[in-house]
Write a protein that binds this ligand. Structure first.
Ligand code: FE2
Ligand code: FE2
Length: 197
């Protein structure tokens, strides 16, 4: 499977301690066959894998462009960090979608059954980006502070209006600390809304 090969080859190219344990953990949770969502983008088997790869492709392309426009940011955006944060930002979703027979109303008024997904967060209700970081730490992946911040805060642009002042403050500081946060947010948005539309 091409997408799985891209994911594994790219992740292993970082030569980071813990990568093999992450891959084993992802296999166990069903990451490679999971959808990316229940009702929205890539809600098909393998959708989460494709989305993760797309975020990585976008993030690597954005990195090149930022360095072309501002060469001094190269040192702040190591390729391995971009790969780790992009490929692994959504590992929190690996076990939350369960196959289910659903029902929908057709324009004719008739209801039909189709194979979809239910969402079940009960296995480990630990949030989203924060859950991804914690899962990766459970699998003993060696990560820099910058990588953890980028994974932790990747959804925050969407959550900002609903957040408490402390979280808003931490998010601003995370963005000041490393451009990897902004890069992963941008790559996630472009993958979801351009490549996967
Ligand atoms: Fe996410
Ligand atoms: Fe994502």
């Amino acid at each position: 499977m091409e997408e799985k090969k891209y994911f594994l080859d790219t992740l292993r190219s970082t030569r980071r301690n813990g990568v093999e344990s992450v891959i084993a953990g992802l296999e166990e949770l069903g990451f490679f066959t999971a959808p990316a969502s229940s009702n929205f983008h890539l809600n098909v088997d393998g959708g989460l894998l494709l989305h993760s790869n797309n975020v990585c492709r976008e993030a690597l392309a954005l990195r090149e462009k930022q360095i072309e426009m501002k060469p001094e940011v190269e040192v702040l955006l190591p390729v391995e960090s971009v790969i780790i944060a992009a490929l692994l930002h959504d590992v929190c979703k690996a076990e939350v979608y369960k196959k289910a027979i659903k029902s929908r109303r057709l324009p004719s008024g008739i209801y039909e059954k189709y194979e979809g997904y239910d969402v079940d967060y009960s296995a480990f209700p630990m949030g989203h980006g924060d859950k991804s970081v914690i899962r990766l730490l459970q699998w003993c992946l060696e990560m820099t502070d910058e990588e953890m911040l980028a994974i932790r805060w990747h959804m925050n642009a969407w959550n900002l209006p609903f957040q408490d002042p402390e979280s808003k403050g931490s998010f601003s500081m995370a963005q000041l600390k490393t451009p990897l946060v902004a890069l992963i947010i941008a790559a996630d948005g472009l993958a979801s809304h351009v490549l996967e539309r």
